[in-house]
Design a protein around this ligand. Structure first.
Ligand SMILES: C[S@@+](CC[C@H](N)C(=O)[O-])C[C@H]1O[C@@H](n2cnc3c(N)ncnc32)[C@H](O)[C@@H]1O
Length: 205
């Protein structure tokens, strides 16, 4: 994979802190009853979400990404998190080994086939009755104009193929069109950031 995050990995967390911190806290709140669960963050980037969980008593944390630049930031701080350099569409883990698999802000930037493969892989890795937690953009009538403009601007700056994939994701109704009802049952959607971001939790069927 082309290293897209080489120049932004070090500034990713501080640059996006104001937008992402309320989401990180909301994700932790969603998972507050699962502190002993085995959790995998697929496409973890800088590991910022799991570092927050680790500081707040979550114990069995695993994270995975393909970007060496992102993973070198994730490794900073000495948190007790297992970190893997792997492709989220075809990981080396056995079937059904995680209670919870999360994917945060990674689906929208990929082409359709990769999006489907990531969700399929998450499904394979989750234990029976386990949970998928997906954080990504939603543009609908509830999303404010300011929300749409701000998110579009951030994605525009990311540029190129990433921006084209984001546009395609939005045009295809985002996560709704990717999640298959025979694989996952929706537990809850909660909206953040001018209703432009949804934290979705699903139970594996
Ligand atoms: C926008 S960042 C989001 C990072 C993090 N989840 C967050 O919430 O801040 C997307 C991440 O997905 C990773 N990624 C993209 N394709 C991947 C793949 N096939 N396997 C593993 N990681 C991938 C990128 O390297 C990047 O770190």
């Amino acid at each position: 994979m082309k290293e897209e995050y080489i120049s932004s990995a070090k500034i990713y967390d501080p640059m996006l802190y104001l937008a992402l911190n309320p989401i990180r806290l909301a994700v932790m709140e969603e998972l507050s009853q699962h502190k002993d669960s085995v959790i995998l963050d697929l496409c973890c980037g800088t590991g910022n979400q799991l570092k927050l969980l680790s500081k707040n008593g979550f114990k069995n944390l695993h994270c995975l990404d393909l970007s060496e630049a992102m993973l070198s930031v994730a490794k900073k701080g000495g948190h007790p998190i297992k970190i893997y350099a792997e492709d989220a569409t075809k990981t080396s883990f056995d079937d059904a080994v995680f209670d919870i698999v999360m994917i945060s802000f990674a689906i929208h930037e990929k082409d359709r086939e990769t999006q489907e493969n990531m969700i399929e892989e998450a499904h394979r890795l989750i234990k029976e009755d386990g949970i998928a937690l997906i954080v990504d953009y939603t543009f609908d009538e509830k999303t404010t104009r300011l929300g749409k403009m701000g998110i579009d601007l951030i994605e525009h700056i990311a540029g190129g193929e990433h921006y084209r994939n984001f546009k395609g994701y939005i045009a295809n109704d985002g996560l709704e069109s990717l999640i298959k009802a025979d694989k996952f049952e929706l537990i809850k959607n909660s909206r953040k950031v001018f209703n432009g971001v949804t934290i979705s939790t699903y139970r594996k069927r």
